[in-house]
Design a protein around this ligand. Structure first.
Ligand code: ADP
Length: 445
């Protein structure tokens, strides 16, 4: 027979030890009384003996049962089953408090597991939705994880990819070399330039490598497509603006010349119609000219130029509003004088046109100042106009708020500034109404 466990055995011995003196005393007293009937003596001793035996058994059961319950609950928790709860969890009771704490432990672990599961689910969703390809390789360079963009890049579902080695997937180039670089790869999802970012993480104590690939070619292609769409929208709008009146006027002229007899003023009507056609065709030609200028800006021919001289020349061209030239020291920079002059003419013309919109005639001025810093020179053109209405679109080609405007002035200016390794910005003045254009150019290159 299997021996009872040690704890139970010790408990039984202790309980029997506690009952034994009482039983011995009862036996001694019963047998000491010689007058007592032997049958009654045996009956009384049996009652005392069995009561003591019952009490010992109950005591052992009362101690052992809750401990076994507790062991079951803790075993459940260890196995990940946090649903079991002990009954009789109450305060001010030694056993009740142990149960209370065990139940609280189960609840806390349950909440933590739910939190961890939610966080993992969120991470998975984010990973799946990410536009960039994400791969995780284990310490044997075998693929352990790939998101949807990763599957698309390798043109296979994850089930067919997981467990394969990096060389089988043609991704071994990503596991070596610089952790952040741009590389060209020929993958089933497309041959392109990819930005690589690689990092290391540990899972189950083993090092893994996380590889993130961004398809740079696609980003560029999308930008290109957006630029084409913008351009076609503008071209379509402009061509329609000219062709619609031309079509309608040619229709009217045709029906006019078809009349018999011709009306008296047919010559005047025909001339007017032809004038409109010529005007619209001219506007279209100017628009195409403007566009070609924007698209065909040649690289600047740099040579030392005297900035103040160009500014004085350009200021003379603007006669509609006074142009104040602040004291400008001699500043030599390297620039293409023709392009720089074109840029400054545009800025001054915009500033003058903005100032002309000021209802107060005495407050229509343009002020030009040059600020010299360590290695750059900044030209500021301030006006007293009404300020910029729509800052977001200023440098969008063909954006204009002027009835006869082309909307390429600022775009062209910025192109010239950037071709000179400079910058151009336009913002509202902070000291008063009006705008200030700031052209920053490097002093020497
Ligand atoms: P255009 O002068 O033919 O309209 P630009 O590209 O030079 O083309 O300017 C685009 C738009 O930017 C203008 O129509 C105008 O709304 C705004 N803008 C340019 N300069 C200023 C300025 N100094 N103050 C306020 N708005 C300006």
């Amino acid at each position: 027979m299997k021996a009872p466990p040690r704890f139970e055995r010790r408990l039984v011995i202790l309980a029997v030890g506690a009952a034994l003196p009482g039983l011995l005393l009862a036996a001694f007293l019963l047998w000491h009384d010689a007058a007592m009937d032997p049958g009654l003596r045996i009956l009384l001793f049996s009652v005392a003996f069995f009561s003591a035996a019952w009490l010992v058994a109950t005591l052992v059961a009362r101690v052992v049962f809750p401990l076994r319950t507790l062991a079951n609950i803790l075993g459940g928790i260890r196995e990940g089953d946090f649903s079991m709860r002990a009954r009789g969890a109450v305060r001010d009771d030694a056993l009740g408090e142990v149960f209370l704490e065990t139940n609280a432990l189960g609840q806390t672990l349950l909440e933590q597991r739910l939190g961890a599961m939610e966080a993992t689910a969120l991470l998975r969703t984010v990973m799946v939705e990410l536009d960039v390809a994400v791969f995780a390789f284990d310490d044997h360079s075998r693929l352990r994880l790939a998101n949807r963009a990763g599957e698309a890049l390798l043109r296979r579902p994850a089930e067919q990819l997981l467990g394969r080695s990096a060389s089988e997937l043609a991704l071994d180039g990503c596991l070596g070399g610089d952790a952040q670089r741009v590389l060209t790869m020929d993958l089933p999802g497309g041959s392109s330039r990819y930005a690589l970012r690689r990092s290391v993480f540990r899972q189950e104590g083993r090092p893994h490598r996380l590889v993130v690939l961004t398809d740079l070619g696609r980003v560029l292609r999308e930008e290109e497509r957006a630029a084409w769409q913008r351009l076609l929208r503008v071209l379509g709008h402009e061509i329609n603006n000219s062709l619609t009146p031309i079509t309608s006027i040619t229709g009217s002229l045709e029906s006019l010349l078809g009349r018999d007899p011709l009306p008296e003023d047919w010559q005047a009507d025909t001339r007017r119609g032809l004038e409109i056609i010529r005007g619209r065709a001219g506007a279209l030609a100017r628009f195409i000219d403007d566009y070609s200028r924007l698209a065909k800006l040649p690289p600047p021919l740099l040579r030392p130029v005297e900035l103040a001289e160009i500014l004085r020349r350009v200021a003379l061209l603007e006669s509609r509003v006074p142009v104040l030239l602040a004291d400008i020291a001699t500043v030599r920079i390297e620039a293409d004088p023709d392009q720089l002059e074109q840029l400054l003419i545009n800025l001054l013309r915009n500033a003058a046109e903005a100032a002309l919109a000021n209802p107060d005639e005495s407050d229509r001025t343009v002020r030009v100042a040059v600020v010299e810093e360590d290695d750059v020179v900044a030209v500021r053109v301030e006006d007293t106009g009404l300020g910029i209405a729509n800052p977001a679109n200023l440098f969008v080609p063909f954006f204009t708020t002027k009835p006869g405007g082309s909307g390429i002035g600022l775009t062209l200016c910025r192109q010239i500034a950037e071709a000179h390794a400079g910058r151009l910005g336009l913002e509202n003045r902070s000291d008063r109404g009006g705008a200030v254009a700031t052209l920053t150019l490097p002093r020497r290159r």
